[in-house]
Design a protein around this ligand. Structure first.
Ligand code: NAG
Ligand code: NAG
Ligand code: NAG
Ligand code: NAG
Ligand code: NAG
Ligand code: NAG
Ligand code: NAG
Ligand code: NAG
Ligand code: NAG
Ligand code: CU
Length: 586
């Protein structure tokens, strides 16, 4: 049987340079040549250094196969994916397939110290999983510290060849991949932040397909260009791979029709401006219905919080160019083209309106149904905290020497070191974690009331145990500890339905009655809005240890994370298999 192997290796080049170049976004029609029957698709990921230049600043960064962003993976629903990850850098590495359901393949999921110990320098690990009942746009990224800032790329799952699309077939597709760029070494940035205990250094630029775009210094000629033909409709696959920012996305003169979010179809929703939290993906249709010309595609920061950090967040929008066939190709000045009109940087009302407008197409997605009744109801408070740290430099009067923390139900997560959580479970190793993660706040209080002065949290490694087959509801409640902040909460191992969202403090009686059990969207990341609550439901039918965390990396570094242990069921297809023999050891 012929096996179609896509090899992205360019290792025969002795010096690998991530070139700044006039970046013509390749249309992704190449993907359509993928075989139609289920295949085994093999990928070889060499995690290695490369030099890259942005903002007139050249640095060495960690990449996959010398590419930044990393290679785009194309697979088809039903395929078996085999990825050999080789670590050739000085940091420990893991790779996570964000949003991939990993049905019965939890060992391939990738979060460090949760499902595996990291791949150490000189070692490799081969991930093997099937794309089960999923199609759409996702991405993969490193899941150790902040390495995902540069170790990431798109993961595109084409529908089965005979699948009927719920929207008109587009003429072609484009990948619009959003990220961040630091002039400094990103691992140094997070190390310094944790050492000092307080603020952290924001990135120097936002990027589209790895390029800051015309409005940033030294970036004009490298601006990404998306070619279109007048009259045609395109599918734009949009990924927010930024590290710490939610983003607005807009295209001058063109409306965008959302047809998919987090690799699940949605009811079509047409808007001028999208909002994507890090970890979220959105597919939109764009029709080139304007006069032949060039139009800016742009993304800029949406953040509901005041700017409390030591350097301001990037104020400059990242831009790319939508270029109609027949348009002038030369731009003499970055200001030649108009920018989209964005809401103000902190317009939470707009963002909440956008989120509310996304409706799912089906309550039977990813192989399981929306639970109409729930077995376990949980309330998870999410917010800031502090910890005493004699060597740190953060002061919140009257306490000198603190470290910033974040928590879920007052627990700040700490990674284990001696074994991953799932190995500790599988091999019954005691002392790695405690299984008493609270389902509800231990001490209820007015979560959205006047900022409390009860700042300290429990620092530890706790998991929540779920029996196989249980239907779970979680209400995430943002808290006013210090100040409100939005939190994009990402769950591994399953999508969930977002059944509700609202202002202030969740009221179980009033709010539950208004849950959307008709057409809730199915997502892997819910952007819990600042000062609000969001409610999700899922059925736990995938045994394993599943990480759940804020997809702002700084918040996860400070502890906004926990794990669900979904126990085995009765059948073979309900049982976590043995780990692969090359699973990295601590
Ligand atoms: C990056 O550039 C430095 C300085 O020019 C060079 O020594 C190094 O080999 C380059 N690294 C790679 C991976 O090409
Ligand atoms: C471009 O460089 C100038 C001069 O160094 C600086 O003042 C300005 O803020 C830079 N612009 C951006 C978008 O970084
Ligand atoms: C948004 O930020 C501006 C400027 O910092 C501030 O004046 C305004 O009150 C903020 N709006 C909201 C809704 O927080
Ligand atoms: C703590 O902060 C002060 C003032 O901001 C600074 O001068 C000092 O270098 C910092 N110390 C450390 C350990 O970062
Ligand atoms: C797991 O370990 C605990 C304590 O070491 C022991 O009591 C228990 O019997 C073990 N369970 C299994 C299934 O080995
Ligand atoms: C919680 O605090 C808010 C803001 O101060 C207030 O509006 C609300 O009534 C309080 N809720 C309760 C139950 O006390
Ligand atoms: C969180 O835990 C800390 C440490 O045990 C405790 O001091 C604090 O009161 C708790 N806060 C809440 C809101 O439960
Ligand atoms: C396991 O297989 C049985 C049939 O053998 C099927 O009914 C069940 O839905 C499967 N379970 C899962 C979680 O797919
Ligand atoms: C890499 O991982 C190993 C195994 O967990 C650990 O012992 C080592 O300290 C880690 N190295 C770094 C630089 O984090
Ligand atoms: Cu967060």
């Amino acid at each position: 049987m012929a096996t179609y192997i896509i090899s992205f290796c360019i290792l025969f080049l002795s010096i690998i340079l991530v070139q700044p170049m006039p970046t013509i976004a390749r249309r992704i029609d190449a993907a359509r040549s993928l075989a139609e029957s289920p295949q085994i698709r093999k990928f070889n990921f060499k995690v290695q250094y490369a030099n890259a230049t942005r903002l007139c600043h050249t640095k060495s960064l960690v990449t996959i196969n010398g590419q930044f962003p990393g290679p785009t993976m194309y697979v088809r629903e039903g395929d078996t994916v085999i990825v050999k990850v080789q670590n050739r850098i000085d940091y420990n590495v893991t790779i996570h397939w964000h949003g991939v359901r990993q049905f019965l393949t939890a060992w391939a999921d990738g979060p460090s110290y949760v499902t595996q110990c990291p791949i150490q320098k000189g070692h490799s690990y081969t991930h093997k999983f099937e794309v089960v009942e999923q199609r759409g746009t996702l991405f993969y990224h490193a899941h150790v510290s902040w390495l995902r800032a540069t170790l990431h790329g798109a993961f595109i799952m084409l529908p089965k060849a005979d699948a009927v699309l719920p929207y008109p077939k587009p003429a072609n597709e484009h990948l619009l991949y959003l990220g961040e760029w630091w002039n400094d070494n990103v691992e140094d940035v997070i190390e310094e932040a944790l050492r000092v205990g307080g603020g952290y250094q924001h990135s120097d630029a936002l990027t589209i397909n790895g390029q800051p775009g015309a409005l940033y210094n030294c970036s004009l000629s490298d601006t990404t260009v998306f070619d279109v033909v007048k009259g045609e409709t395109y599918l734009f696959r949009i990924v927010n791979a930024a590290v710490n920012f939610q983003l607005y996305v807009s295209v001058v003169g063109h409306s965008l029709t959302v047809v998919e979010a987090d690799a699940e179809y949605t009811k079509p929703y047409t808007t001028d401006i999208l909002v994507l939290a890090p970890g979220q993906t959105t597919n939109v249709l764009l029709t080139a219905d304007q006069p032949v010309g060039q139009y800016l595609i742009s993304a800029t920061v949406f953040t509901p919080t005041p700017n409390l950090n030591i350097v301001p967040f990037p104020q400059t929008p990242t831009t790319a160019i939508l270029r109609y066939k027949g348009a002038e190709t030369v731009l003499s000045s970055p200001t030649e083209l108009a920018l989209p009109k964005f809401p103000s940087f902190n317009d939470s009302i707009f963002a909440a309106g956008f989120t509310k407008s996304l409706k799912g197409l089906s309550t039977h997605t990813s192989g399981f149904d929306l639970p109409l009744n729930v077995d376990k109801e949980m309330l998870f408070t999410i917010g800031y905290a502090v910890e005493v740290c004699p060597t740190c430099n953060l002061t919140v009067s009257p306490n000198p020497r603190l470290r910033m923390r974040t928590s879920i139900n007052n627990v700040s997560f700490v990674e284990p070191t001696s074994a991953s959580l799932m190995e500790a479970y599988y091999y019954n190793i005691s002392g790695v974690y405690e299984d008493d993660f609270p389902s509800d706040p231990i001490y209820p209080y007015n979560y959205t009331g006047a900022a409390s002065s009860n700042f300290f949290s429990v620092v530890g490694t706790k998991v929540k145990v779920i029996e196989f087959g249980e239907s779970v509801q979680i209400v995430f409640q943002d808290t006013s500890t210090f100040f409100f902040e939005g939190h994009p909460i990402h769950l591994h191992g399953t999508n969930f339905f977002v059944v509700g969202e609202g202002f202030g403090t969740f009221d179980p009686v009033k709010n539950t009655a208004n849950f959307n059990l008709v057409d809730p969207p199915s997502r892997n990341t819910v952007a819990v809005p600042s000062g609000r609550w969001s409610a999700i439901r899922f059925k736990a039918v995938n045994p394993g240890m599943w990480f759940m965390h804020c997809h702002f990396d700084i918040h996860t570094s400070w502890g906004m994370a926990m794990a669900f242990l979904v126990k085995n069921g009765q059948r073979v297809n309900e049982t976590l298999p043995a780990p692969p023999s090359d699973l990295p050891k601590c």
